[in-house]
Design a protein around this ligand. Structure first.
Ligand code: RBF
Ligand code: MG
Length: 180
């Protein structure tokens, strides 16, 4: 069985902001929950010049993606455009999604947010802000797609509870009151 425990980040909390890009389309179609992939400027990863030209937020996201161990994390998140800009709980995955390791598209580490809220509209291209609190479990390769789905569902439940107990104040973090 999978154990879950909130272990706060060394750089607690991490404030990430970036554009929502298309993932592999599996989140909602294959797995039954929608996820938002955050843009990561991997093109600047090995390139000092390009890296210097990134804006502050893109630099932070790239840094976070490079340094953060693969795993599931609890966060608060806000989509900063469109009709629904509330701050909601998030179960977030950082990793290579080993369940799909034969997949051509899985070449880079991703930051994927499952916002625990029903949105009426798509928000591709919108800016997403995340305040990431801590690690919940390591990324795993489960035996079946059914098990992966079940574990992700439990991650959602765990994050709901963990964020409620003691970390509600981060919903009001000043980072969420800024735009884009
Ligand atoms: N993919 C894995 O291969 N292993 C995991 O343990 C895993 N855990 C996840 C937990 C959460 C909360 C989320 C949102 C995603 C997770 N994924 C995991 C990624 C999942 O494979 C991905 O969302 C879909 O492939 C859609 O891109
Ligand atoms: Mg997705």
């Amino acid at each position: 069985t999978t154990t879950r425990k909130l272990k706060l980040l060394e750089s607690f909390p991490a404030r990430l902001g970036g554009k929502v890009v298309h993932g592999f389309g599996r989140g909602s179609s294959q797995l039954g929950f929608p996820t938002a992939n955050m843009e990561i400027r991997w093109d600047a990863a090995g390139d000092e010049e390009k890296r210097k030209e990134l804006d502050g937020l893109s630099g932070e996201v790239l840094d976070f993606a490079e340094k953060t161990p693969c795993g599931i994390y609890a966060a608060w998140g806000r989509v900063c455009e469109g009709p629904d800009q509330g701050v909601y709980k998030v179960a977030m995955s950082v990793g290579w999604n080993p369940h799909f390791e034969g997949d051509e598209a899985v070449k880079n580490k991703t930051i994927e947010a499952w916002i625990l809220h029903d949105y009426d509209e798509n928000f591709y291209g919108a800016h997403l802000r995340l305040v990431v609190l801590g690690h919940v479990r390591d990324e795993a390769k489960f035996e079946s797609l059914e098990q992966l789905i079940e574990e992700i569902r439990k991650d959602g439940e765990f994050c709901e509870g963990a964020l409620e107990e003691g970390y509600r104040q981060y919903r009001d973090d000043a980072f969420f009151s800024l735009n884009t």
